[in-house]
Design a binder for this molecule. Structure first.
Ligand SMILES: *Cc1c(COP(=O)(O)O)cnc(C)c1O
Length: 335
């Protein structure tokens, strides 16, 4: 089966870059949702703890349970709030507050302009009263920026809205216990971080910035690479066709091999007639099968991609999607 290499040195390098910018390892909450962006949840939790991180962000309570031994603080973004240490739960709506279990540690998400999740800014007072009535422990207030990775001033008005949220909440409740956070990777790359208690660091830790090049202030290195193993090799005569639909026609006599990666492993089949070119410069010949691709190579192992940003561009998507869809049962090895 195809396999994934995780470059520990590059992961630590990226974490060091952000640690330097923000000042402390305690000011980074590593985002491990969706199988740690395809890198492997347990593995990346373990490496994060080894580096010295103490905070993590996941999507579900199930993910939180798997990484519990590694962190002091785990924020669950999208599950019912239950009273269970050391988890805290994002409240994405007033309904979430109604559903939350008594004594749960919660973080109120406020919609500052993305209009995806969070209560509206005019609902703050209502939400705070409800949190008190339901006997929840409010430990955080958060928001998410919609355009941090685009070249525009959008981030600035949204950040200003968040400061306004902070001011309003400080007027309404005793806020000693509350931590405010609204920085993702792109925001942390663009703005100064010294006022932040912590940032929620996702894609940057894995080595990517989808920002225009002028924002490349940190030197980030890809952590994940995807590899496939050779299954069989054959000679093609000029004019012979390869794979489903015989889409590829050999322009000359050539030696090709079948490798054990397909869309069943989470690799994209893509309807494009432009073939994907691997990290080693080999085009995938013909259509991608469920479990196989064909390359003009006889090597036992080939690297399909080691830069998800560049690979994603070839396939018309972003690094996030390419990596998160890699199946969790594809083996991950640390190098
Ligand atoms: C996924 C996510 C992040 C991390 O975003 P990156 O762009 O990968 O750094 C931060 N906050 C929230 C709420 C998220 O859902």
């Amino acid at each position: 089966m195809a396999f994934i290499k995780i470059n520990k040195e590059n992961f630590f390098h990226n974490l060091s870059q952000f640690t330097k910018k923000i000042g402390s390892k305690n000011s980074i909450a590593i985002v491990l949702k969706d199988n740690a962006y395809g890198h492997g949840l347990n593995l990346m939790a373990k490496l994060s703890a080894e580096f010295g991180l103490t905070k993590a962000v996941v999507r579900t309570t199930k993910e939180a349970e798997q990484i519990k031994p590694y962190f002091k603080y785990i924020l669950v973004l999208g599950d019912k709030a239950i009273a269970q240490e050391p988890y805290t739960f994002a409240l994405n709506s007033l309904e979430d507050i109604y559903k939350a279990e008594k004594n749960a540690c919660v973080e109120l998400k406020v919609d500052t302009g993305m209009h995806r999740n969070g209560i509206a800014m005019h609902e703050i007072e209502k939400a705070l009263k409800l949190i008190e009535k339901k006997e929840l422990l409010l430990v955080g207030v958060m928001s998410h920026n919609r355009s941090a990775d685009e070249l525009s001033s959008e981030l600035f008005w949204q950040h200003k809205n968040f400061l306004e949220v902070k001011k309003r909440i400080e007027e309404l409740v005793d806020t000693q216990l509350i931590t405010y956070h609204n920085f993702n990777s792109a925001t942390a790359l663009r703005l100064a971080c010294y006022n932040e208690k912590f940032i929620r660091l996702g894609i940057g830790a894995y080595g990517y910035s989808e920002l225009p090049a002028i924002y490349d202030t940190l030197n980030l290195k890809p952590v994940l690479s995807l590899w496939a193993k050779r299954i069989s090799t054959r000679q093609l005569k000029k004019g012979q066709r390869v794979g489903y639909g015989g889409q590829f026609v050999a322009p000359k006599e050539m030696t090709v091999s079948t490798y054990d990666l397909g869309y069943g492993d989470g690799w994209m089949r893509s309807n494009s007639f432009e073939s994907f070119v691997t990290a080693e410069g080999l085009p995938l010949l013909g259509r991608v099968s469920m479990d196989y691709v064909i390359l003009e190579s006889t090597k036992d192992e080939v690297c399909i991609f080691n830069d998800a940003l560049a690979a994603g561009k070839q396939l018309g998507t972003i690094s996030y999607e390419l990596m998160t869809q890699l199946h969790s049962d594809v083996k991950r090895v640390v190098t």
